[in-house]
Design a protein around this ligand. Structure first.
Ligand code: ADP
Ligand code: ZN
Ligand code: ZN
Length: 745
């Protein structure tokens, strides 16, 4: 017998399968991991298929050295998925196969952990008799008495009652009274032995209605659903009930949630509902925990996986359901190589494995909602909060008026007043700022005017360049000098915009000097538990005001928060990205959803220089439908996805010169490529090269070649070539191929 093996080496030259002989008596299946000779060394590989014949003479073939596990590590359906993804990404299968395994499993970097276990070898009566007869060693007597219950006892646990039990245990084993064994012990990230007896609440009419569509799909023809429910409508209970049904049918389920929402509380909550049937997978697990959870899933000991993006590859057999909560989140896009969108992977798995897919969000992505409207998914709506709790009341504050009235600080009069009242009532407040440093646009404080590119309808980015500060459009490369007076109203208050969380913190502590404040941003959350410490302080009430970046908007549930302030809605709105409106709507709606989760109704204050922008009023009214209609039209008119495809070749280099040179070379190659093919040329709407919006990131100089292409089969062929171009080896620079990237910073 022979097998085809993909070796675990990522290189163009080895991106195909190799044939090996299977030694007598070795049992292999597709998906088995093996050790094989490769050139002068040994390497790990994955068996893709078996055959009775080989296309190479036998004397030229080498044999498999050994198998790495006694079970196939990769399920057949996941082998197919890896092959499909390699084809879509134009990359070697060795790369996509790696997604299917915990990283630490490769290269044998992790072992299973064993513990010593003691157990009685004789009857309980005999043990008690022996204990009574044991005069010399009180330790041995105690151990026998404990072990007389007939159960397995970990030696480590025995050590709690009997000091240093190893020597007496060994003696008891020699006397034939007990057995000492090594037993594999799984490292589980939390307490596994929660009882699964938590009863779900009585469902609301909205929840029942959604389930009346989902449950039949789980039992019969698999469905595709987009569950659109306002914040607090109880979407979680809907998919919990769906999961329960799937498990009752003897099938398995995956729930994907944004990494940041995977708090210990959330995991605990799942465990109380589903007990040890639930496994978790996310990046904060230790390597040992991740490996052991993965094996629990692979062996079928866990039937429900809750995890971040990469849990979409969980090795569950008999898959019945995948749920993607907060489906609009950009975290579901993996921007590193090999690139994938967990939503697309989920769809592919569900189709291949006959499972149902549920995407859930209060603010579905434009793409998903468009699909649902077209009929590719069934739209399920839950327009009301549980128990008819009111949606928070949202007000917008016109920051232009604040300036007019002489207030040049970052907090409006209304927000100051609301903060004081909220704190004096003993409640809590959250203030939302934006990611710092990513965005620098020029806007007018008097009228809110923002300099935008006439070609592209995105805001232009401010570049500080020694003597010549300039504004650049990152989509088409157009440049202009920053205006010194506002072209719209003539005010001279037109300037670079940007204020950080630090500044807000200073102003709040001046306003409320006796109140403890937490600040959560990239600076304060470094370190392993930076995050949870800040959140714990706030949850427990030790701090009363939480100031943070987008991180605080997501999925957090603090019942005592009654006031949410958005310090500036304009930051996101003016991101140099065609999705800036979508992001703004999502952010404002999500953040508004943080207010009034408890019994006290919430209040939300949005500060902006553009109170008349429809996206602000739509978010304030929490009117997703009209937001969608406006935005969908705009995408059509300005030719943005889903009507077009954006492709970026991102260059990173230690040297600015090299980054620029590489981008220019790429640009020339792409031009030749498209000039040489009229079918391609027709589909290119835009082709340019420029510095990236963040031209320096983590010490790397960044440049880019950007293309906007019409949706068409020819475009896909061109993209395959562009991806190959990016993968060519070069000195001193890395090139990344990005297809409809989530952010273009
Ligand atoms: P969403 O995800 O739609 O924003 P959640 O699922 O977080 O909403 O639910 C909001 C709150 O309502 C949670 O505290 C949840 O425990 C509670 N809840 C959900 N369904 C019910 C129900 N049927 N009865 C009582 N409380 C519920
Ligand atoms: Zn103006
Ligand atoms: Zn432009």
């Amino acid at each position: 017998m022979f097998c085809r093996v993909i070796v675990d080496i990522v290189h163009e030259n080895v991106a195909h399968t190799y044939t090996y002989m299977i030694p007598e008596g070795m049992s292999l299946q597709p998906g088995s991991r093996v050790l094989v000779p490769f050139g002068k060394r040994e390497t790990e590989g994955i068996v893709l298929g078996l055959s009775e014949t080989a296309d190479i003479p036998e004397d030229k073939l080498k044999s498999v050295i050994r198998t790495l596990e006694d079970y196939p590590a990769i399920l057949p359906q996941l082998l197919e998925l890896a092959a499909e993804m390699a084809e879509q990404n134009h990359c070697p299968q060795a790369e996509t196969l790696r997604l299917m395994l915990p990283a630490e499993m490769r290269g044998g970097r992790i072992r299973s952990r064993t513990i010593d276990v003691a157990r009685l070898r004789v009857t309980a009566d005999e043990a008690m008799k022996a204990a009574a007869a044991e005069k010399r060693s009180p330790k041995r007597r105690m151990l026998l008495e404990i072990l007389a219950d007939g159960a397995d006892h970990a030696v480590r646990d025995l050590g709690v009652q009997v000091k240093d039990p190893s020597v007496p245990l060994k003696k008891l084993a020699e006397d034939g009274l007990i057995l000492l064994e090594k037993r594999e012990s799984l490292r589980t990230p939390c307490n596994l032995f929660h009882s699964a007896d938590e009863k779900p609440p009585e469902l609301t009419p909205g929840q029942k209605e959604a389930l009346s569509e989902i449950l039949p799909a789980l039992r019969g023809k698999p469905g595709r659903f987009l569950l659109h429910g306002v914040t607090g409508s109880g979407k979680t209970e809907v998919f919990m009930a769906a999961v329960r049904q799937v498990l009752d049918l003897g099938k398995t389920a995956i729930i994907l949630v944004p990494e940041i929402a995977l708090t210990p509380q959330m995991v605990d909550w799942f465990r109380t509902r589903f007990g040890s049937a639930a496994a978790v997978l996310h990046s904060r697990l230790s390597p040992g925990e991740r490996y052991d959870e993965w094996r629990r899933i692979r062996r079928g000991e866990a039937q429900l996986v809750i995890g971040a993006r990469s849990a979409v590859f969980a090795p569950l057999d008999r898959l019945g359901l995948i749920v993607i909560d907060e489906e609009h989140e950009t975290t579901y896009m993996n921007d590193h190589h090999p690139r994938y969108d967990a939503r697309d992977v989920a769809l592919s798995r569900c189709t291949r494995e006959g499972a149902t897919l549920i995407l859930a969000s209060a603010t579905p992505s434009i793409l998903s909602f468009a699909r649902a409207r077209r009929g590719d998914m069934m739209l399920l709506e839950m327009p009301n909060r549980v128990h008819d709790r009111p949606l928070p009341q949202v007000e917008t504050v016109d920051m232009r008026k604040e300036l007019e009235n002489g207030n040049r600080t970052v907090l409006s009069g209304a927000l100051r007043q609301a903060l004081k009242e909220c704190i004096s009532r003993g409640e809590q407040a959250m203030l939302l700022m934006n990611r710092r440093g990513y965005n620098s646009f020029v806007s007018c404080r008097s009228c809110g005017y923002v300099v935008r590119c006439g070609n592209c309808d995105v805001s232009m980015t401010y570049h500080v360049g020694g003597t010549d500060n300039k504004l650049v459009c990152h989509y088409c490369g157009q440049e202009c000098a920053p205006p010194s007076v506002c072209p719209k109203c003539g005010s001279s208050y037109i300037r670079y915009f940007g204020a950080g969380t630090q500044k807000v913190e200073d102003e709040v502590s001046r306003l409320l000097p006796d109140i403890a404040i937490s600040r959560m941003d990239i600076d304060t959350t470094s370190g392993k538990d930076g995050h949870s410490r800040i959140l714990d302080d706030f949850r427990s009430g030790r701090t009363r005001v939480l100031i943070g970046t987008q991180m605080i908007a997501k999925g957090l549930d603090f019942p005592k928060v009654t006031l949410v302030g958005v310090v500036s809605a304009d930051m996101t709105l003016n991101l140099p990205d065609f999705r800036s409106r979508e992001r703004t709507f999502q952010l404002l709606t999500q953040v508004a959803g943080r207010a009034g989760r408890g019994s006290v109704p919430g209040r939300v204050i949005i500060q902006t220089y553009k109170p008349d922008d429809p996206v602000i009023s739509q978010a304030a009214a929490q009117d997703y439908r009209s937001f969608f209609e406006t935005e969908f039209q705009r995408r059509r008119n300005s030719l943005y996805p889903p009507f077009t495809v954006m492709v970026r070749l991102l260059v990173e280099s230690g040297s600015a010169d090299q980054a620029e040179r590489t981008a220019n070379e790429l640009y020339e190659s792409v031009r030749k490529m498209t000039d040489g093919n009229p079918e391609w040329k027709k589909r290119v709407l835009l082709l340019n090269t420029d510095r990236a919006p963040i031209h320096l990131l983590r010490g790397k100089e960044r440049t880019q070649v950007l293309l906007k292409l019409l949706v068409h089969p020819e475009t896909e062929k061109l993209c395959a070539r562009l991806s190959e171009l990016a993968r060519e080896e070069r000195e001193g620079a890395e090139v990344y191929y990005e297809y409809n990237p989530t952010t273009m910073i």
